[in-house]
Design a protein around this ligand. Structure first.
Ligand SMILES: Cc1cc2nc3c(=O)[nH]c(=O)nc-3n(C[C@H](O)[C@H](O)[C@H](O)COP(=O)(O)OP(=O)(O)OC[C@H]3O[C@@H](n4cnc5c(N)ncnc54)[C@H](O)[C@@H]3O)c2cc1C
Length: 361
């Protein structure tokens, strides 16, 4: 019997598999398609991402360095409020390549990673869990001490194990103009109720345009308006869900969720790559697959790490819907040089941020 069957080889599943295998666990990873595909993510991440990526893969994944954001309350021609630093704050990376590199690192650590395997059922027994998956050679079952749901926003493991859903699912759409851009600022437009629209220069990979909307809103109509406003030509577009607000529990009898499946995202950007991998490390460090009584240790560890960031992130997001005069006043106050970490809203209150604000003269 395996220690863990991990469902999904996105960043969270691959990271969990690597961390658990490095601790000597016997780990099987089942991924429904080709690893990394289909793309449904900007791959705009803080520099912390490189702590998780083997050195040999870094040059191939890097696309562009970003050192600031121009915030707008209107469209492409509206007044911009820049937030910036002299040094890079974030990078645009090849997201498909990132997933492949993280899965390779998991395999190198000893995990058995299999693509083209779709999990269709999960049954928890007293001593083990049985996972059913459809692969190239038909349907098979796999026995493990625990199952890890790293299967994204619409997690099958979550529903099979009776774990509650995240609070909300935003619908994100993005598309690419092929013209290269090495600019080092992203643009953020607070023109979408409950969220925002963005433009990300991606070096030789072109320029990305995107946005996310709350349920009931039409992302495609808004996306068409955004690219028309910029006069961009979109070569290909894709879409995906962004879960916001983690459920009250992300563990079951012999199951645990990591990443988007668990709602481990930043409420103010929708980003989940780094939070998912951080939580995956907590899971691998705290959960003993032979002792389900260790599952609460994982709940405690990941919430201690991310709870305050997620709560503050939700407050930042609430500001996106503030009346425009208030938004402008807030942006005037905070714009300029910044000392914040893009994954940590608590850094808005940090010494670095206060120093940056008060050194503006
Ligand atoms: C439009 C958009 C833009 C985004 N931009 C950013 C960004 O710039 N930065 C950032 O940090 N985050 C971004 N995100 C969020 C980010 O994509 C997710 O937080 C991240 O992918 C979560 O990783 P994960 O491993 O938890 O889940 P996923 O990456 O969704 O991986 C889940 C994996 O499980 C597999 N799977 C699902 N069901 C099954 C099954 N039944 N059997 C087997 N395999 C299965 C899937 O194929 C997939 O490979 C964006 C999201 C969207 C929608």
């Amino acid at each position: 019997m395996r220690d863990f069957v991990v469902v999904g080889a996105g960043p969270s599943g691959a990271r969990f598999a690597r961390s658990a295998a490095e601790r000597g666990r016997d780990v099987l990873v089942l991924e429904q398609g080709e690893i990394g595909k289909p793309l449904a993510c900007s791959g705009h991440v803080s520099l912390d991402v490189w702590d998780y990526v083997p050195e040999s893969a870094r040059d191939d994944l890097f696309q562009n360095a970003i050192r600031g954001a121009r915030f707008h309350t209107g469209g492409a021609e509206s007044r911009a409020y820049p937030f910036h630093r002299d040094e890079p704050i974030s990078n645009a990376v090849d997201r498909v390549g990132l997933d492949k590199a993280l899965a390779r690192a998991a395999a190198d650590a000893g995990a058995d990673v299999r693509d083209e395997h779709t999990v269709t059922g999960v049954e928890a027994g007293r001593e083990s869990v049985t996972v059913t998956a459809r692969g190239p050679d038909g349907t098979d079952t796999y026995e493990a001490r625990m199952v890890v749901g790293a299967d994204g926003p619409r997690s099958r493991v979550r529903s099979e194990c009776g774990i509650p859903d995240p609070d909300e699912f935003l619908h994100g759409v993005l598309g690419f103009d092929t013209e290269a851009s090495h600019e080092d600022f992203v643009d953020v437009h607070l023109t979408v109720p409950g969220f925002f629209a963005w433009r990300i220069p991606r070096g030789d990979a072109g320029v990305e345009y995107g946005l996310a909307v709350a349920p009931g809103d039409d992302p495609n109509e808004r996306f068409d308006a955004l690219v028309a406003d910029y006069g961009a030509t979109i070569d290909r577009r894709c879409s995906g869900l962004i879960p916001v607000g983690p459920p009250s529990r992300v563990t079951g009898k012999r199951s645990l969720l990591v990443g988007d499946a668990a709602g481990q995202t930043k409420p103010f950007t929708g980003g989940g790559i780094l939070y998912g991998m951080r939580a995956a490390d907590h899971a691998a460090a705290t959960v003993d697959p032979a002792r389900p009584e260790t599952l609460p240790d994982y709940e405690a560890a990941w919430r201690a790490d991310l709870r305050t960031e997620q709560r503050l992130g939700a407050l930042v997001r609430a500001g996106y819907d503030a009346p425009e005069p208030l938004q402008r006043a807030g942006m005037r106050l905070f714009s300029g040089e910044i000392g914040v970490h893009m994954d940590e809203p608590t850094s808005l209150l940090s010494r670095e941020q206060l120093r940056a604000m008060f050194s503006r003269g």
